[in-house]
Each structure stands twice: as C-alpha cells, then as structure tokens.
Design a binder for this molecule. Structure first.
Ligand code: XMP
Length: 496
C-alpha cells in the first residue's frame, strides 16, 4: 500500500487503475474457487459485486431485473416521474423468471393490420386481447398467427378473428404449473389472469425452454424477490419520491449527488434512516475521508466513491474538483472499513482488470455505466454508425439529460438556477450483447485476476492489502503502453 502514501514532506500523488498493476501471488486453488461474494451495504450481500449506474441510458427495470438475476444489482435512475420510478421498482420486485410482465396487448377494436405491424416490428403474433387493449384489464380473447394467416382484409376488427375459448393460468401459479398447462393445451402462449379475469402477465412456450435457474440471483430474505435499488436527489420533493419507492419495495436508495458532503444530503440521510430504519441507504459521492466521515456520522449503510472520473464526466475539467479513482477508493475504503461501511467504486471502469484493481484497492463492489450501456438490457435501441452497432450513452450532467431533470445531481440549494453548466457529455458505446453472457464473462475475468494475485476471496485480498502482502506497483507511461496490445497491424477485439 506504500504507493498510496506520500513520503514525509513530499506532495501526494494520486493514482488510478491504469497507473497501477498488481504483483502476482502464489496460486494454491483452482479459479472456480475464487469467491466474489461481497457487501453492497451493511446488510446487503451480492454474489457478483457489480452495480449498474442510476443513469437514464443504463438502468431501468430490464437492466435491474437482469443485474439481480446474475447476482449483482441495478439502481433505477430518477430522471423520470416518481410514480414511474416506483412502478419500475415494483416491476422488479414482482418479477418471476419466465413470466412476461409487460406483454403487448390489443383491444377488440384493433385490426388485423395492427397484428401484422407488431409481427413485423417485434417478431411475434400471439397477442392477448383485453377489454381496453391494456395490461390489467379483462382478458376477452387471444389472436395468434393461425387466426390471421388467411385474412386478406387488414382492416378487419380483431373481435371477428380472435379466439375466445381461452386457456389461462391463475396469478401466483408457479412456472412448472404453467408449463404443465401449456403442455396439456398444446398452445404457444399462456395468459395469466387474476381472480377477476384481468390479464397480469403472459408465458411463452419458447421462453419456458430458455428459462434457466439463476442460482446466484440477488434476492431479499423475506419474500425471495429480486433486490433492486433506486436513486433520489436531495431536494425536499425527493422525500416524497423516497416514500413511494419504499412503498414499492425498494431495497436500497442511492442518494445521487456528484459531491455528497452537503447539508442537503446529510439531512436526507438522517430523514431516510429515521423514517425507514430497515431501508439501506448509500450516500455519496465522496472521494476523501473527511467527506466520508460526515455521511457515516449521518447514518449511511454504504458509500459511493468517485468524482469526475466517469467515461462521460467533465466535472474535473469544469469544476476543477475530484480525485484520481485508485487513490480515492483506497483511502476512503480503508477509512470506512473502521466503521463497517462498504464502499462502491463508481465510474472509470473500462475492463475486467480495472474491476479487479478497484476491488483490490478496497472497494466492496463496482458501479458501472459505460461498461453496461451497450448491453441488450440497457434502455434505448441499437443503431449503426460506420458499420458499428451502438447504443446511446450520456452523462447525467450533460445538457441533454439535465433538460429532463437530472440537474438535481449537480445543483444543491438553488432550484431556480438560470445558467446550466454541463458536467458531462453524451455519446455512444459499442454493442456488448446480453448480460446473460456479459456478467459471467466479467465474473470469470475478475476470478482469474484474483487467482493470479494469489487470493481466493475479497476478504483475503483486503487482509493481504493491509498487511502489505498484496502489493501494487506504479507503471510508467511506457509500461502502461507495454501492458496493452502493441506492435500489431490490426487485431480482433472480441472479448468472450
Ligand atoms: P462510467 O465510467 O462507468 O461512469 O461510465 C459512470 C458514473 O459516472 C458518473 N456520472 C457522471 N459524472 N458528469 C459526471 O461528472 C456526468 O454527467 C455524469 N453522469 C454520470 C456516475 O457516478 C456514474 O455512475
């Protein structure tokens, strides 16, 4: 740990992931024995120490569901109305593997042409018909490819073609019960209805084949529902937002602020901990022990560390405040550990190696934006540019995001500020495929790193870090260049 401490009388130099390299240790165990289990907060433990950022191009309900299924957790962003955010939290808590909770529905007055259009754009034609064409209203029929195959008139009403003798499952049925009904009825889709006959979800036979167990899934103890987080700001109205999130079942609230050591955040932490003692609260962002101490004294259960180091951030450039992330993580983690408070290293992660370094510096989990924004589960559609498949990714301090309301992360105490100063940019990131393959790839990469360093768990890594047995060295700029791919004319960038 000597690299992080200045010699007496010398100025402090701060380092980050690219500056640092871990020294190898002795390997006495196979890679599959490396245990990545770690605390997110005092009470929440994750099997995979990964958190998706509360950003509007990263975490909405689909990301949160899939992060939790893979052993991590998603923090649903707050750049939407509080009701919408609460309903997304609720959807994650109510998620059941194999059930489609937001099926496309049509009404009896929609037409055969509507079904054809859905088939063209979304790829399926098995559609439940409800009284008002929405989920949650009475199921009155079902349309499948067979019902419309030989209908030439695209204006024909669905009431004329739909099947009305329906096989349904009841709300609360298990996946294997639903499977049995599907086997018996030989149907492709099974609508699930509540006691009043209202449509609540749908099961597709094709999805059932794909439905796997997720043994590492992050679940609460009480109901075995998926864990989910949500972010809020520090304005008085955010207390009401927090109440709605708690009512929807949120497990952890992240107070989203680029400089977390403010009277506004301290007040919010105290309010949340006094009002909802069971709720886990992560404060931040902080990069110094002084900032951390204020939030710890206010009662946080976890801290988020990082300032101005995210891929889309311009805070250090615009505000001249922040800290190199390796040093920030090391110092705050070492300090917070004395109080039993885990820290999340937030931002700046570009590879599995960076994750390993963040954890080896003392972080209990890492939070990622750009690493996850290009996955299928991130909000938004893919588009092509110069032959590359991309998704949009933007900073919450970019003018674009702030115009939707995310300026609360960057402005405290002045609600009617006239001049907006951007602290982030908007851009795009490359397609990363699905979290179903990407998260196992990240886990395995980190396991290899820890195995090379000779440690089989994060606890073991930290014990060695603090007794000097797990060592970092600083890499010169030439060494950093040497440590990357070099001397090749071109090469394949395939990750897994
Ligand atoms: P990565 O590097 O994972 O960073 O893409 C994600 C983290 O960056 C923070 N964030 C911002 N910071 N201006 C900033 O200074 C911004 O506009 C901005 N948007 C997000 C945030 O901590 C996130 O988790």
């Amino acid at each position: 740990t000597a690299v992080f401490h200045a010699a007496p009388g010398k100025a402090c130099v701060a380092y980050t992931y690219e500056d640092l390299i871990l020294m190898p240790g002795h390997i006495a165990f196979p890679v599959h024995e490396v245990n990545l289990e770690s605390h997110l907060t005092k009470k929440i433990i994750l099997k995979a120490p990964f958190v998706s950022s509360p950003m509007d191009t990263v975490t909405e309900q689909t990301m949160a569901i899939n992060m939790a299924l893979q052993g991590g957790i998603g923090i649903i962003h707050s750049n939407m109305s509080d009701d919408e955010q609460a309903s997304q939290v609720y959807a994650v808590k109510k998620y059941k593997n194999g059930f489609i909770n937001d099926p496309v529905c049509l009404s009896v007055n929609d037409t055969v042409g509507d079904v054809v259009r859905i088939k063209k754009t979304l790829g399926y034609s098995g559609i439940p018909i409800t009284e008002d064409g929405k989920l949650g209203s009475k199921l009155v029929g079902f349309v499948s490819a067979r019902d419309i195959d030989f209908v030439d008139d695209s204006t024909k009403k669905l009431s004329d073609v739909m099947t009305t003798s329906l096989t349904t499952g009841s709300e609360g049925c298990s996946l294997s019960e639903a499977n049995e009904i599907l086997q018996r009825s030989k149907k492709g889709k099974l609508p699930i209805v509540d006691a009043n006959g209202n449509l609540v979800s749908l099961i597709a036979r094709t999805d059932l084949h794909k439905a796997r167990d997720f043994p590492n899934a992050s679940r609460d103890h009480a109901n075995k529902q998926l864990l989910v987080g949500a972010s809020i700001g520090t304005r008085p109205a955010d207390k009401d937002r927090a109440r709605k999130l708690v009512e929807a079942g949120v497990d952890v609230i992240v107070i989203d602020s680029s400089q977390g050591d403010s009277i506004y955040q301290l007040d919010m932490v105290q309010h949340l901990k006094a009002t909802y003692p069971e709720l886990q609260v992560i404060g931040g962002n902080v990069v110094t022990c002084g900032q951390a101490l204020h939030l710890i004294e206010a009662g946080v259960d976890g801290l988020r560390v990082g300032m101005g180091i995210g891929s889309i951030c311009t805070t250090q450039e615009v505000c001249a405040v922040g800290r190199a992330q390796g040093s920030a993580v090391y110092h705050v983690a070492k300090f917070a550990r004395k109080f039993g408070i885990p820290i999340v290293a937030d931002g700046g992660i570009q590879s599995t190696g960076h994750i390993t370094k963040a954890l080896a510096c003392g972080a209990s989990c890492v939070m990622m934006g750009s690493m996850l924004a290009g996955t299928e589960e991130a909000p938004g559609d893919y588009f092509f540019q110069d032959g590359v498949r991309l998704k949009k990714y933007r900073g919450m301090g970019s003018i674009e995001a702030m115009s939707k309301g995310s300026d609360k992360r960057y402005v405290w105490g002045d609600d009617d500020i006239q001049v907006k100063v951007a602290q982030g940019v908007s851009g795009s990131v490359a397609d990363k495929g699905s979290l179903r393959r990407y998260i196992p790839y990240l886990c395995q990469g980190v396991r290899h790193g820890l195995q090379d360093a000779g440690v089989n768990s994060l606890d073991m890594a930290w014990e060695r870090l603090y007794n000097g047995k797990l060592r970092f060295e600083i890499r010169s700029p030439a060494a950093q260049k040497e440590g990357g791919v070099h001397s090749l004319h071109n090469y394949s960038k395939r990750l897994y």
